[in-house]
Ligand binder design. Structure first.
Ligand code: SF4
Length: 218
């Protein structure tokens, strides 16, 4: 089996080759049953979404002209929480859903923590965990992360949990993404599209707006 990851992030090419991702070390450590030339990584190849878009273009595939159909589902169901990971606030929202249920022992009726959504540089929210108020913050770009880190350094941070994404808008604005000539407005549109996908739980039937223009510029 060959594992290929399609990623919005150029850093994943390096991360896939980090020694801790070499299964050989974890599985065979101590047995000396491998040669020093062997490699056994979790992920064999990483392509960025921009590289994939170029491959689509070279193959003459035009998404706008294809009929809608369901994805293959070789690994079974995915969750709405997985869909929102790519946008700033998504990791926080997914973590809050799980934390709420673990801490309170009750199932959420409304799973949407909308206060951590949106494209502001720093978002704050207070979550009521069955009477216990928990403050959280979400930052994207290192400039905004620095502001939160300086608060922590001074001992003035009120937050129990902080999410930081390096790229503008989160992974949807990652360095491996198709070039987004209109920057902010495209990222906002992608973010809203991701929200709609997870809300409808039928993301596999939706087209992402501007995808075609993104691939044109890739
Ligand atoms: S936010 Fe940017 S650097 Fe971080 S994982 Fe996503 S694409 Fe990579």
């Amino acid at each position: 089996m060959v594992v290929v990851s399609i990623m919005p992030c150029t850093a994943k090419k390096y991360e896939a080759q980090r020694p801790e991702n070499d299964e050989r070390v974890r599985i065979l450590e101590g047995k000396k049953a491998w040669s020093d030339d062997d490699e056994f990584y979790d992920v064999d190849y990483v392509l960025t979404t921009r590289e994939l878009a170029r491959m689509f273009r070279e193959a003459g595939i035009q998404f706008a002209k294809l009929p809608l159909e369901e994805f293959d589902s070789p690994l079974g169901e995915s969750t709405g929480a997985a869909v929102i990971f790519g946008a700033t606030g998504g990791v926080m929202e997914a973590a809050l859903r799980t934390a709420y249920e673990v801490v309170t022992g009750t199932t959420l009726t409304n799973i949407d923590f909308t206060a951590v959504r949106g494209m502001e540089g720093i978002k704050e929210a207070e979550v009521d965990m069955n009477g216990t108020k928990v403050k959280v913050a979400v930052a994207h770009t290192l400039k905004n992360a620095r502001r939160l880190m300086e608060q922590i350094e001074k001992g003035e941070s009120p937050y129990a949990f902080i999410e930081v994404m390096t790229c503008p808008g989160g992974c949807l604005g990652g360095g491996g993404q198709p070039i987004q000539p209109h920057g902010k407005s495209e990222r906002r549109e992608l973010s809203q599209s991701i929200e709609r996908m997870q809300e409808s739980r039928s993301g596999n039937r939706m087209r992402i707006p501007n995808w075609q223009s993104c691939t044109k510029n890739s």
